[in-house]
Design a protein around this ligand. Structure first.
Ligand SMILES: [Zn+2]
Length: 186
């Protein structure tokens, strides 16, 4: 491989207007290598807070993206806390005895404690007990009964309330991530 020829084409102004977004075309000096195209942000100021996609030149404002990711991490934590609480209650939930694995599977599916197929369930039962496989989610039909009989409604309401607030905050932050796309004719 020899020396590549590199060409720079200005394709748009940067956000502050002082620099440019450039298409960088690298051509090989031999016929068997492919030409490569990427995008660069040629502005020292904008580079501090904008990332450019080398693939299509789309600019993303780093600070708003980071705020969105942080809010999303909080959302995941609060949702995990709800699931963790429900599963701590499930540990004390009396599972009735069953004659067959199919009957166990049927019970778990109806209560929303298992989402796989019967085949997957039989396979999992080779290594785990029914109780170990059962997992409760906030949408499981058993969840309200579980909280009422074994848990504390105020605690559950508090956890789900926090999750709802965090979800709304994450949605709001995701909507305001600033992106600038290159004009499509380029
Ligand atoms: Zn700039």
């Amino acid at each position: 491989m020899g020396v590549w020829e590199t060409d720079y084409f200005d394709v748009a102004a940067c956000p502050c207007g002082e620099g440019r977004i450039q298409r960088v075309v690298e051509s090989p000096d031999n016929p068997w290598s492919r030409t490569s195209v990427r995008y660069d942000l040629a502005c020292a100021d904008c580079s501090k807070n904008w990332d450019v996609s080398s693939f299509d030149g789309t600019l993303t404002e780093r600070s708003s993206l980071q705020a969105s990711r942080a809010a999303d991490a909080v959302r995941k934590e609060t949702e995990a806390a709800v699931v963790e609480y429900l599963n701590s209650l499930l540990a004390a939930w009396p599972l009735p005895p069953f004659k067959t694995m199919a009957a166990e599977f049927e019970y778990l599916v109806v209560k929303g404690l298992y989402t796989g197929t019967i085949g997957k369930y039989r396979f999992a039962r080779r290594s785990y007990s029914m109780r170990e496989i059962a997992k409760v989610r906030p949408s499981s039909p058993l969840a309200p009964e579980l909280v009422k009989k074994l848990g504390t409604t105020t605690k559950y309401d508090s956890l789900t309330g926090q999750a709802q607030v965090a979800r709304q905050a994450a949605d709001a932050k995701a909507k305001v991530v600033k992106r600038i796309h290159l004009p499509s004719q380029l």
